[in-house]
Design a protein around this ligand. Sequence first.
Ligand code: Z5A
Length: 208
Amino acid sequence: MSGRFITLEGGEGAGKSTSMEFLQEYLATTGRPVCRTREPGGTELGERIRELLLAPEGEIDPRTELLLMFAARQQHLAEVIEPALAAGSWVLCDRFTDASYAYQGGGHGIDPQRIAALEDWVQGSRRPDLTLLFDLPVRMGLQRASSRGGHADRIEAQGEAFLERVHQAYLEIARREPGRVRVVDATGTPAVVRRQLQVLMDEFVGAS
Ligand code: Z5A
């Protein structure tokens, strides 16, 4: 049986990492083998690229940022995602190419056609089977992230107007692809968010 590719997307502090635990447990109870991973990262090389991308010091040109995201993604697909799917695992990935459209496209204004060209080159026909978009107003996400403590990384530190463009770009993707992208209202308590995930996953697993 071939695996399924599920991605989690959303703005800063939207609750993806928190929900990852629930999704992993959910799939485990259905007996599916699970591969949990993230972008940028997921491989040794990808994690090193992640460190470069998120380090708060220094400037990175938006095009360099985009190309580094796709360099990490290429390695991730070759080393982790494709082998896991071929082996029948269900891959849960914290962020994927929608984040490039939202942050580098929506946030930095890079032409989406450039991103689409990289997507086609790097991924071939590979696209997520399901994307869970955690939708949360930017201010709420920033509050949640700051309550967690620690320093803002380079991308988080771009400011509220940037993050608002990212938010709108995500919503636009969801409007364009309602079959793949399911919007999760992330404003509720963790228990309320989990109940939505349960319904969406019951539906997706039932149809798979
Ligand atoms: N990026 C990009 O630009 N282009 C790309 O192509 C890709 C990525 C792939 C990765 O950073 C950065 O890379 C990201 C986009 C960019 N930049 N930003 N910003 P990351 O993965 O480390 O950061 P993140 O994705 O933004 O994760 P995050 O800030 O850790 O958010 P989260 O995982 O969605 O949230 P969380 O950690 O689960 O929750 C945040 C806090 O809220 C935490 O204290 C929780 O306990 C709390 N929380 C969670 N859920 C709730 C609810 N329901 N109620 C109340 N409190 C809650």
